[in-house]
Design a protein. Structure first.
Length: 94
């Protein structure tokens, strides 16, 4: 991306009601978003599905969808367990 393209992107982001931006360099990523959470989730989900549709085979598409669903489920479980783990740790200290 040229500096001119980056400046144009920055201008469009500044005028937007909603955006999701992800930058990746090696194993490190940077994310930024702005807008209504429900709309952001909808846009992100539809974007991922359209990218998955571009994979060469149906088997690869199915594998990607299943993998992402496993990650989402693991994140949900971890989030549910976090308050319980914190309470348990706090109880052990007191």
């Amino acid at each position: 991306m040229t500096r001119e393209q980056a400046n144009e992107l920055a201008d469009r982001l500044a005028m937007s009601d909603l955006f999701i931006c992800v930058a990746l360099k090696g194993n490190r990523s940077w994310e930024a978003s702005y807008g209504d959470s429900y709309k952001l989730v909808d846009v992100a989900y539809n974007t991922l599905l359209s990218m998955i549709d571009e994979l060469e085979t149906v088997e690869e598409q199915i594998t990607q969808i299943r993998t992402r669903m496993m990650f989402l489920n693991a994140a949900r479980i971890a989030k549910e367990k976090a308050p319980k783990a914190a309470a348990t740790a706090q109880g052990a200290e007191g």
